[in-house]
Structure formats: C-alpha cells, structure tokens
Design a protein. Structure first.
Length: 608
C-alpha cells in the first residue's frame, strides 16, 4: 500500500523521484522520503506528511544526483513519524532501502540482529531488511539482498541502493508489485506504471521471487535461487493524460465524469446483437467450464465486493446457478467447499489486492477454475488467473473507487449474459438485454447533467453526522456502496441496508436529524420501497430518493428527488450509483475533506 520510485540514468534524479511520488501518493500519504547518491555520499531526506512537505524540504538544498530511490508510506508497523518514514538505512548509513509490504517474522529478525550488534532505530519492520543486507554484505550488493530476502517471511517490494555501488539499484518483489521501466539509456522502478509513463512505455513486470540488478548499461533479472530470467518487455497502452486531472478539481470528480466513456470501453467489441450474447476473449478457453459449472464464487474486498453482490443477483437470475459472494479476507482463512465444477471470479481494480490474490490461489489449490475481473493489465491477478475479463476503465487515481465500480458491474452483466445464453436465456431476451446495455453510457451522461442539483442537495446535508442508505433487490448493494462512499471521503457515519430490514433495528435511529437515502426506482420491488419510505416519513425522517424519470408519485411524497433514466432491472445499479457518488463527493468537499486522499486509506491494498 506504499509507493516506491527509483531512477538511474543521466538526468537529475530528485525531480523525477518527487514527481513519481506525487503520482503514487494515492498508495499512501502518511510520510515520504528519498535517498540519492550525491558527491560520493548517500543523501537521505524524509518527513511525516504529504509529498509536498518532502518537496519543500528538498527545495532548500541543491542536490546533484542521477541515482536514487524514494517512497510514500501508508503506515503498518510504527506511527507515521519522521523517524519511521522510508528510506531506512543500516548501522553505518551506507545502505538505503524502501519497502512496500509486511515482514511477518520482523520480531524474530530484530532479536537476531540485535544479538549480532546491530542498532535498530525505528518501529518499522522495513528497517530489518537494511540491517540484514548489511549483515550479509561482502562486496556484492545483489548477493547480499538475495541472502537477506531469503531470510524474510512476508510480502515485499523493495528497492535498495548502497554507497559502495553508486551506479546500481537492486529491487525485488514478493507479493507486492514492482514495474521496471526501460527508457533505453535510463531506467525506472515503481510500484505501478503511473510514474513511468511520462518517460517510457516499455516496462517489465517483476514476478514474485524475482530480483533485478539495474545499472547504466542495462538490467538483469534473476530469481532468489539465482536462475536468470529473460525479461518480457510489455508496452503500456494508456497515455499521460489519463493520470492528469484534466481541469477537474479532484481526480474523483474527473473519474465520476469519465463513466460514460469507461462504460463504453467495457462493452466495446463485446456485444453480439445477432446472437443475443457477448464475446469475451478472455473466457474463450473456458466455455466448457462455464457450461458445466454448478457453483460460482465471487470474491473481492471493499467496493469490488459490492460489485460482486450485484453480480450475484445477475448471475443467478440469468444462469440459475448458485452464486456466493465472499469477502476475500475471510475466504482464505476458512475451509471453503470448492471442487473442479466450481468457478471463482476474483474481482479487483488493481489486480494486486493481497486478500483477493490469496483467495484465488486457495481456490486454484482446491481445483476450482480461477478467473479474474480486473483493471490493470499485467497485474498479478491478471497473470495468475486461468482467464478473465479486463474492465478497461483506465487508471483510477482517486482512492475511493467510482468508474472501476461501474465498469466491474458492466463486465459482470456481460459475463452473466454469456453464461445465461448457454443455459436459460432465449436469443430474443439476450437481444433485449444488449439493447438496454447499449443505452447505458448515454444514460449515465444524462445523470451527470444533474451535478449542480445534487450539489444543492448536498448543501442541505453536509453537516449531518449520520446517514442511512436503503435499497432492495439489485439496488441493495448500491445502498451499501453509497454508504461506503460517504464514509470513505466525508468521515460521516453511514450504513447501508436492505430497505425491508430497516424495521428490524435501524428504524430506532430515525428522527428529523437522520437523512435516509432511498433507491426508489420503478422496478419489481417499487411498491415495497414506497411503503418503507412512508415508514421513515411517519417518524420524521428526511428522505432523499433516487427515482425513475417522470415518477410523479415519489415526487409528491419526497422533497429531495434525483431522477435517473429508465432501464431494465438488472442494469439499474449502473445508473443509481452515480448520484450517490456525486452526493458523497460534494458533501466531502463542503466539509473540507481531501476526497482524493481520505485519511487512513490507500488505493491498492497489498498488505493483509
């Protein structure tokens, strides 16, 4: 969940490293630091707080350097202080290390190193790596890193420099992503591609258990067992403008407004109107498994888990196959019933979510077909699954997911239709669903025109301390997601429930200070939701309703209405969630919150 950047070349390293950290700050922003070779010294600067504070600190002195490593932190071991910030060094300050992950045998290693005479100065687990490298160093930096990491238990992405090796960076990966950028006569290392894209699109994704030694004349990749690996050069497909704000005040708002385009990207080339089905190349080799499956598991964390809940409704309705949605963090630690007639879909925006990755590995070990739904090409989940579907949402920088969520839902609808046509859905019904899918991007664009209206509603509620979100059927998971968005970025306590469950407890909270957001569209459970609204109103609750365009009945009962276009029931979450994203965004901004970097959160959760 931390961000790593490293550079070796002929340009000044400090500006490149600082700019890279800014592009990675969504991965962690408790503290930041940098270490560079300069005038035969290892210069180290680090500070608690945002990258901007490090940049201010670095501006006070001119540093001439063309090699260095840098880090932005999301704290695991030790509070976010100057001392605990990365990089960490050995006893003599000759070796500097940045690290993303968790060292599980940290306490045992600290005891061992202390007995060897090492003086550890921080509360972090990372510091032990620097001292282990020092302990094993005999003139060969790569060998010392290799031996040190062989003694480490846990996850890591690391980059290491040494005063004795001024033109070398050693990096390694196990469970935490690292990308190596090849600029011809300069090289970059980063936790993801965002800092690399401005300089080169030629990249190598390190695999678990691999180390790279990077020098001016090139790089070599080997395993922990010293087996040399031939690097596979891949090209990043997206451009720099995808990770810029493009005139929007925040990445989150930009990404909300990108959803008409990202939804089009999710369906482009994948709809077969003639046969009323979909074409998903990543599943082509698995049609036999899709046809014989008798159980489907969707596993994910956070927002992706909510997408999975919607997928459960879709898949069961269209395939008549039992579907379970599992928190990946729970799935990996129980004894799930899985066999070779089970398909598991691992859903993750980053494709690096630690718990989700562990869940899919457990499912594969037990004989299931493991498939992926992710956004990042070349990610670990994309590489380790047997197949799957990219959502094509483009880079998502805002920590609170928006466009990736709707793209995940859209892809789940495509998978559901593909499997449904194999089983129970007629060609006519398939064509009807495709026709509705094709309208969704334009309908999403219509909803975005209500931004100012939603902002006005937010102005009446941004001082509230509690919210309740209620929905039924396909829109119960949307209620959960709406509550999560508000919690994540505004720090207002919010809960999502199935609307009918309100009377089994949450109704005790209803009074004139409790805003209740209802997803009350004209679907198969509309009349039921209408009754739930009356229950809230009779207790003086204040209702905000997401309604179907032209619904005069709801408008006559509720002061705050946000209309959305009509679509078929299974696709309604793609539209109902957009007003909730905007409502959360505007409330958070009015409360003075940093919506792109909410406190205590990070984008890519690569630790347990």
């Amino acid at each position: 969940m931390c961000g790593i950047v490293a550079y070796i070349g002929k340009k000044q390293a400090v500006p490149i490293l600082l700019e890279g950290l800014k592009r990675l700050e969504y991965r962690g922003y408790d503290s930041a630091g940098i270490a560079v070779h300069s005038n035969k010294k290892l210069v180290l600067q680090k500070i608690a707080g945002r990258v901007s504070k490090l940049e201010e600190l670095m501006s006070k002195e001119k540093i001439d350097s063309t090699v260095g490593i840098a880090h932005t932190r999301w704290a695991t071991h030790g509070e976010p202080t100057d001392e605990n910030a990365h990089p960490h060094t050995d006893c003599n300050g000759k070796i500097a290390v940045v690290h993303n992950g968790i060292i599980e045998n940290c306490n045992a290693l600290r005891k061992y190193l202390t007995q060897k005479g090492h003086k550890l100065r921080t509360d972090t687990d990372t510091e032990v790596i620097a001292h282990l490298i020092e302990e094993h160093y005999e003139g060969d930096l790569l060998r010392a890193v290799r031996i040190a990491l062989s003694e480490v238990q846990g996850t890591y992405g690391v980059a290491v420099i040494s005063l004795d090796h001024p033109r070398e960076i050693v990096c390694a990966r196990n469970g935490s992503p690292l990308v190596l950028g090849d600029g011809g006569n300069e090289y970059f290392v980063a936790s993801d591609a965002a800092p690399i894209v401005p300089h080169t699109r030629q990249v190598v994704y390190l695999e678990d258990g691999e180390l790279a030694s990077i020098k001016d004349d090139g790089f070599t990749i080997t395993t922990l067992e010293e087996q040399e690996i031939k690097p596979k050069i891949e090209e990043i497909s997206w451009t720099l403008d995808k990770i810029e704000k493009g005139g929007f005040p925040h990445f989150m708002l930009k990404e909300i407004f990108e959803q008409p385009d990202t939804l089009r990207n999710a369906i482009r080339g994948r709809l077969n109107q003639t046969d009323g089905t979909t074409r998903l190349d990543g599943l082509d080799r698995h049609h036999e498994e899709l046809e014989r499956v008798n159980r489907i598991i969707l596993t994910a964390c956070g927002t992706a888990w909510h997408a999975g809940l919607i997928g459960e409704y879709m898949l069961e309705a269209m395939t008549r196959v039992p579907v379970e949605v599992e928190y990946a963090s729970e799935f990996r630690y129980r004894s799930p019933v899985v066999d070779n007639n089970t398909i598991l879909f691992a859903i993750s925006q980053s494709g690096e979510t630690s718990d989700t990755l562990a869940a899919l590995r457990e499912a594969k070990r037990r004989g299931a077909t493991a498939l992926g739904i992710c956004n990042v090409v070349g990610s670990t989940i994309a590489r380790e699954t047997d197949g799957g579907v990219y959502i094509h949402a483009g880079p998502e920088i805002g920590v609170a997911s928006t466009k990736a969520f709707t793209s995940q839902i859209m892809v789940l609808s495509l998978i559901s239709l593909l499997m449904g046509r194999m089983r129970t859905i007629s060609i006519e019904k398939g064509r009807e669903i495709i026709e509705a899918i094709q309208k969704i991007p334009d309908q999403a664009a219509e909803i975005l025109k209500l931004d100012n209206k939603i902002k006005e509603i937010a102005s009446d509620f941004y001082k509230k301390r509690n919210f309740l979100f209620l929905g039924r059927g396909y829109n119960f998971p949307v209620a959960l997601e709406g509550a999560l968005k508000l919690k994540e970025i505004s720090y207002i306590h919010a809960e999502g429930y199935p609307a009918a469950e309100m009377k089994h407890g949450p109704i005790a909270l209803i009074d004139d200070n409790m805003p209740v957001v209802f997803i009350a569209i004209r679907d198969s459970v509309f009349e039921k939701v209408l009754s739930n609204i009356e229950e809230v109103k009779s207790r003086k609750g204040v209702v905000i309703a997401i309604t179907t365009e032209g619904d005069k009945e709801i408008k006559s009962k509720v002061k705050y209405c946000i209309p959305i276009p009509k679509t078929i029931d299974l696709l309604t979450p793609l539209l109902t969630v957009i007003p909730l994203q905007l409502l959360a965004y505007h409330i958070a901004v009015m409360r003075g919150c940093d919506v792109d970097k909410p406190r205590n959160l990070a984008k890519s959760v690569t630790v347990e």
